[in-house]
Write a protein that binds this ligand. Sequence first.
Ligand SMILES: *Cc1c(COP(=O)(O)O)cnc(C)c1O
Length: 542
Amino acid sequence: MKYFSTRGGSQELSFEETVLTGLAPNGGLYIPTSIPSLPENWKNDWKDYSFVDLSVAVLSLYISREEISESDLRSLVVKSYAGFRHPKVTPLKKLGEKKYVLELWHGPTWAFKDVALQLLGNLFEFFLKRRNERNPAAKEKLTVVGATSGDTGSAAIYGLRNKANISIFILHPKGRVSPIQEAQMTTVTDANVHNLAVKGTFDDCQDIVKALFADTQFNSKYRLGAVNSINWARILAQTVYYFLAYFDLRRAVGADATADVEVQFVVPTGNFGDILAGYYARKMGLPMAGKLGVATNANDILARFWKTGRYEKADSSPTNNAAAPSMEPAAGSSDGKQATDASGVKETHSPAMDILVSSNFERLLWYLAFEALPEHSGADRHKAGETVSGWMSKMKSDGRVEVPTSVLEIARKDFCAERVSDEETLETIKSHFLGTPSYVVDPHTAVGLFAAARMAQHNPPSINQIILSTAHPAKFSEAVSTALQDTKEFDFDSQVMPEEFNGLLQKERRVVDVESADIELVKRVIEERVTSHVAISLYLQL
Ligand SMILES: *Cc1c(COP(=O)(O)O)cnc(C)c1O
């Protein structure tokens, strides 16, 4: 299996090169030359597979044996999921009649990004080790630099901690991330992990990281690397739980080996990685009677795309335009205003989905462009790349692009989309706490649950919904406490806080204070702590 760029060109990469390169030189994202179909007897042969077995089975279809042998692949996968607290890794839980959640947060940082980043860290280590064995003079190393507002940095840290030939530097705004999130990051004391607490805002941290990548002198000396959300290995790792959930649902409803279950997956979405993995599973042949449900918060570029066919940063439709952001009704915040940062991103109760554009959406755009072409030949593959390249440059220059109706129709065959407000998010947390079974959800999962309920109104009654649950509620205590503050029976510490968090705040920390948001200070920290150069360059975005 080879990989090529969504923006065309003749470059074809191996899986290893794809994982180590991240972003294509022409700005595109890598996708496989074809989507493999499932082996003939998969429904029977795979039905009792564990998460690890399914990972090996699915990943093998995308990685040639010559690149990673099956036994190496199995040990990488075993190692990646050994630290998950639940024996199923991603268990399915019934919440109601034909309504299930797929809990993706049983990994080390209690959020779904662990599923992909645990594997990515092991893949990085495996490839670097092998390259250095083959060419000892190269001494290839990877230095990863990133900024976090709190919710995603820890997954990268836990994915890369203690990995040979890799150092990771994560900047966070000092005192501006939640105490639990800060503790999750800074109590990792491995020598290759460097937390930088920067006196400033998240935007300051982000700006410093961007400036480091743009600083050609510094970058050519240290060859910075990254664990971006567009890395192909992350998408691939996430396809596995769609298969596991399908088999678990079949068991849950007591379907026999021949009878299928009707299922719709609904996914709280930001950078379109999690749900894109579901799209690959669907295209490989996993039966999904319902459309994939895109659930967004107020940062609704994707929900607007499915409504209008326009992919645009700012909402330009006449009805919504009438209400300028400052006049919008309260979306959960008490003063009736929703804060918007300098770039136009709205701050919501589901911060891991606060995005302006969805980086992985470009991959879907390629498939839409390709499907709209008549022959699906090699020449069409080339043409689709040109189309996407045109759309993305229009997006860059105008902040918007409109796809033809024929393309939008193709997108609507596989997906439906809903936008969920902060108020609706909080209501959903409350109604599930008061429901039977009583279940405390985090605000991202709540966005998925609310969207699913709306989508269910258009579904035939035979459809089961599986909502992907992306974080444990303890990680987002503020939203959960706000939603449940008036509920008599609710006590955060006894009902939400996992035992494992006990004592976390008191544990030993390892963090470097950076006294002001000054790139030179950050450079100095990296220079002191990186002992040698790295020969791989990637682009960073968490
Ligand atoms: C990253 C994240 C999401 C969004 O996932 P995408 O792959 O970016 O769509 C949703 N919920 C949580 C808790 C996350 O961390």
